[in-house]
Design a binder for this molecule. Structure first.
Ligand code: GLC
Length: 396
């Protein structure tokens, strides 16, 4: 699976300036919410800008919210009037995005919410996120599944090749016929685990604890904003440091990463979000592919001092991911292979680091003698890269 993608949460909810679930979170009356349909007119929408922003950040795919929990559809669907064609804008924004992706070699993935607060059969008492259904007492999920299939037919045949399908909110009903149908329309598609069966890949969200290398294909997701996935006017943005650490960790564990932005009602990505993406992208680009297509390191490395790191291996070289940075200018191994690396390099800027092998007096051993000898990598510029994790390449 490709490692880095852009998640985009965009719908009429952007105009609330609050949250993609504003209808529920702020308990908005349906009439008030639906009036957003009459004003949705993103005259500054230029999906090429989104695609180029993603591309310049080193991202390979874009995952777009075709329908969120509100049930509003961002494409020209024939199966409900509650869609973007019936706004003053009146254009198929998904088609425009698909064309821009095609033009710039960007893969397109589709997000589709199972909860649907608008559809008369959308209510599913077994699942979560059912807070605002217009028809809470109905909910024939069989009929709803027929609707979903008809919509998938449009989404998976009208917009070119679709890279992944991101179902949201597991319906807690097992029905493999849905993914089977998806695969019949898009044989190469990868499907996540929030749908009607386990799918192909897992989707941990927001905080992902430190751990072992993922045993299953995994795509973590996180937004640049702490509060919402959709546009929020008063958003609290994450630091570049926080995001790059998170990305480095997840990718070193073998996962992929979807980094989300919520475009404004006019179609533009907020300046702050754009700026974060550019800076994260600058770091990611300097990593030069070391975060992609690697294996776990073949040696049982262990660091002195409990410094968190993950070791990976690619093309015979080892990469030490100090995802929380380096607390000092040396990184010492407690357990390392019996032979020494030929050289060490800081991937962040390509500079050579010093490979040192010797006694370290900081850890007194028997009779107070200096312990060791230890392998350590010295001359790490631990103060120079405040906004990003450090990655050390070892050549053997
Ligand atoms: C959660 C939220 C939803 C968001 C999604 C992104 O499921 O309910 O608003 O779209 O996470 O992964």
């Amino acid at each position: 699976m490709n490692k880095f993608g852009m998640f985009i949460h965009w719908g009429i909810y952007a105009a609330t300036g609050q949250h993609e679930q504003a209808l529920a979170r702020y308990d908005m009356p349906f009439d008030e919410y639906d009036s957003l349909v009459e004003s949705f007119n993103p005259t500054d929408y230029n999906p090429e800008e989104w695609v180029l922003l993603a591309k310049n950040a080193g991202m390979k795919y874009i995952c777009f919210t075709t329908k969120h929990h509100d049930g509003f559809c961002m494409w020209d669907t024939k199966h409900t009037d509650y869609n973007v064609m019936n706004t003053p804008y009146g254009k198929d924004v998904l088609k425009m995005l698909a064309d821009a992706c095609q033009k710039h070699g960007m893969l397109l993935s589709l997000y589709y919410s199972n909860p649907d607060w608008h559809h008369e059969n959308g209510y599913n008492m077994r699942s979560t996120h059912q807070w605002k259904s217009r028809y809470p007492e109905f909910g024939d999920t069989e009929k709803y599944r027929e609707y979903v299939k008809k919509q998938l037919q449009e989404l998976l045949t009208g917009y070119g090749k679709i890279y992944t399908l991101f179902w949201d909110i597991p319906p807690q009903i097992e029905d493999p016929s849905l993914n089977a149908y998806v695969r019949s329309l898009q044989p190469d598609i990868l499907i996540n685990d929030r749908g009607w069966d386990k799918g192909d890949f897992s989707t941990p969200e927001r905080e992902v604890p430190d751990g072992e290398r993922f045993s299953r294909m995994t795509e973590a997701c996180q937004s640049v904003g702490e509060q919402a996935w959709g546009y929020r006017e008063d958003e609290d943005y994450f630091s570049v440091r926080f995001l790059t650490s998170s990305i480095d960790k997840i990718m070193a564990m073998g996962g992929s990463y979807l980094l989300n932005v919520g475009p404004m009602p006019n179609g533009k990505i907020p300046e702050k979000a754009k700026n974060i993406l550019e800076r994260v992208g600058d770091w990611y680009t300097r990593m030069g592919g070391t975060l992609e297509d690697h294996d776990a390191a073949p040696y049982p490395f262990r660091a002195r001092g409990g410094i968190p790191f993950i070791a990976t291996q690619k093309n015979g070289k080892t990469y030490i991911h100090l995802y929380n940075g380096a607390p000092s200018s040396a990184f010492s191994f407690e357990v390392a292979p019996a032979f020494l690396p030929k050289s060490a390099r800081l991937v962040n800027d390509g500079r050579t680091l010093r490979v040192r092998y010797g006694l370290l007096p900081g850890w007194g051993g028997a009779q107070g003698l200096a312990n060791g000898p230890y392998l350590s990598i010295a001359d790490i510029p631990c103060d120079e890269f405040e906004n990003e994790p450090l990655v050390i390449e070892l050549e053997w």
